[in-house]
Design a protein around this ligand. Structure first.
Ligand code: CUA
Length: 421
């Protein structure tokens, strides 16, 4: 084969590869880097230091690419066949290596590695633990991975509180799939798992760290200002790994304090309506049906997710049906939901599934997959296996306990769970 043929094939490949690279660069400029799971749009000090490190590596690699690519291009043109006699030769004359060239190449490689290694080691130390000077101000939470959802505990909040009847009750609470943190403060997150290896990742706040069985990992994050962030399990952990998501809500100091106090309260009870109010049966809802893989959220959280989350915290001013809600409350126990879920103030103390004391105030359900509204709640209760294949509520609840729900039961449960603000 002729060398010139090689070089023309080579340059064709090189030019098309160049075109692809240029296209992706151009589209990169057009693509919105601020998507909800973008690591290129950091919102806190840890993520910012990590993206800076990414760019160091990126520039060093780009420099090496340009140097090696230029030498390769030069060699291709310099040594291409010039006449018929040249074409018979297999390549340039063989020569022994030049010691100076070889030593300089080794030195350059070591230098490139050092440029990457120094900031890498520095950032590993930085992201490992809250810096000493801000340690006193840091807040602690514990995140636990389950197949396939996250539980968040607040070990700092263990006070006792009075329930509405004046009885002293334990106010320790946990939240599923929505980690609420104070903004502008370092947050130390203990990482645990009850089953397999998961990986905890909030792309805009920090890199991922694994949740390992029998190993106490941790990481720390800080949000610059109040905001609503997306999180994702980043380690394959079984059938529904891809839909094991969560949200992080960062709040200012006063709002965070109010939120903690609201979580400490036992479950909300909807008071009976005044005489003449409509009875339960009249409220039977006509829920929409979903196709199997239909996306579970609307555009409601696109514009201003934090305000949409705040709106979700409030109990509706009207439209609740106490009789129907009470029916749902009783069904929750009779259909054995209460053996897996905790609802404080009702005596339900199950720990297999998420605590639901304030489930109505969360912005998402089913591990950050579905927006928390009546239709999606109904979709989840009606056929959880279609939303999150293989999940425990379906396999060990619905199937094992032969739970059957009539449309009226589902409606009552949706109304009850939505009322738990
Ligand atoms: Cu948990 Cu993937």
């Amino acid at each position: 084969m002729r060398l010139s043929k090689y070089s023309s094939t080579f340059s064709r490949i090189a030019s098309s590869a160049g075109a692809v690279a240029l296209l992706s660069l151009l589209s990169g400029c057009l693509i919105d880097f601020g998507g909800p799971q973008s690591t290129l749009d950091p919102a806190g000090p840890v993520a910012r230091r990590q993206i800076a490190l990414f760019y160091v590596t990126c520039w060093v690699c780009l420099f090496i690419f340009v140097v090696v690519g230029s030498v390769l291009a030069y060699a291709m043109f310099k040594f291409r066949a010039k006449d018929a006699a040249d074409e018979k030769k297999i390549g340039p004359d063989h020569a022994h290596g030049n010691p100076m060239v070889e030593i300089s190449l080794i030195a350059a490689s070591v230098f490139a590695l050092v440029i990457i290694a120094v900031p890498t080691l520095r950032e590993i130390y930085y992201s490992f633990e809250v810096p000493l000077e801000s340690k006193a101000d840091s807040y602690e939470v514990t995140a636990t991975g389950y197949q396939w959802w996250f539980k968040f505990d607040y070990p700092a909040e263990t006070a006792q509180t009075l329930d509405p009847t004046g009885k002293t009750v334990n106010a320790a609470f946990s939240v599923a799939n929505e980690l609420v943190i104070p903004a502008g403060r370092p947050v130390h997150i203990n990482l645990r798992t009850v089953d397999v290896i998961h990986s905890f990742w909030i792309p805009k706040l920090a890199g991922k760290v694994d949740m390992m069985p029998n190993r106490a990992n941790h990481l720390w994050v800080e949000a610059d200002k109040p905001g609503y962030f997306w999180g994702q399990c980043a380690e394959f952990c079984g059938e529904s790994h891809a839909v094991m998501r969560f949200r992080v809500i960062a709040l200012g100091p006063r709002e965070f304090n109010d939120w903690v106090n609201s979580q400490m309260l036992p479950a909300r009870k909807v008071a009976a309506l005044a005489d003449g109010a409509p009875a339960g049966a009249a409220h039977f809802a006509d829920y929409r049906t979903f196709t199997r893989n239909e996306a579970g959220y609307t555009t409601k959280y696109d514009e201003n997710p934090l305000d949409a989350w705040r709106a979700q915290q409030k109990a509706p001013a009207s439209g609740e049906d106490p009789a129907l809600i009470d029916k749902g409350r009783k069904l929750f126990a009779s259909k054995t939901c209460s053996s897996c879920h905790t609802i404080r103030g009702e005596g339900y103390i199950g720990v297999v599934g998420p605590e639901l004391t304030h489930v109505g105030s969360r912005s998402t359900i089913a591990a950050g997959l579905l927006e928390n509204n009546r239709d999606e709640l109904h979709r989840w209760i009606h056929a959880p296996n279609e939303v999150k294949p293989g999940n425990t509520m379906w396999m060990k609840g619905y199937v094992a306990n032969e739970i059957k729900l009539t449309p009226e039961d589902e409606d009552a449960l949706v109304n009850y769970l939505s009322s738990l603000k």
